[in-house]
Write a protein that binds this ligand. Sequence first.
Ligand code: 6PG
Length: 225
Amino acid sequence: MHDDTPNARECLARQLAEAVAEALRHDLEARERVLLVVSGGSTPVPFFRALAAMDLPWSRIDVTLADERWVAESAADSNARLVRRELLQGKAAEASFTPLTSDAQTPEEGAAEVAARVAALPWPASAVALGMGGDGHTASLFPDSPELALALSTAEPVVAVRTPSQPQPRITLSADRLHQCPRHFLHITGEEKRVVLGRALAGDDTRALPVRAFLASPLGIYWAP
Ligand SMILES: O=C(O)[C@H](O)[C@@H](O)[C@H](O)[C@H](O)COP(=O)(O)O
């Protein structure tokens, strides 16, 4: 018989979706429009699906990404493609999505246009949902990126990022921009990431483990095995 008991990761995704929905509802009581910042990758998929099913005034919600690979939205590894496919469906299709790419050939050439687009969103964001890689990166703040120091220090909304460990050039919201939100949620799963998070919590060198840039402020850590 098929066991349809939700597994730990599905339960986690629903809890995160409920917490993010609550943050959006709270801010919508006082603001006409609110902003949700989400991350890409594989972990967020059940979270996106759970949030998309939530009864929210989606037409008053702006959605953007914490980072993006500088690829066409038709590319398999586009975060915008992931968000449109998994989050902006059903009721959530009424949300307004702001992608982080342009027609420019490189993120360096496109950064000014994307920065203006991002800056025009209803900051501060109501919720920022972050992931983390096994190297302790979050968004596209990578330890091996030559632009990491800039991304951790600039007041610019976005930074073009070229990382030896990643096949694609990327664009990321700067740490300063990602901090323009009272609520951050870190969504990670599995033993490897639990160990990395433990190392991050035990030290303070943000360049070694960039996720540390978000451990000094209130952070909802959503982890399941
Ligand atoms: O563009 C991206 O890949 C994400 O924004 C990135 O920061 C992600 O959160 C981590 O790489 C974890 O990715 P997984 O969820 O696939 O492990």
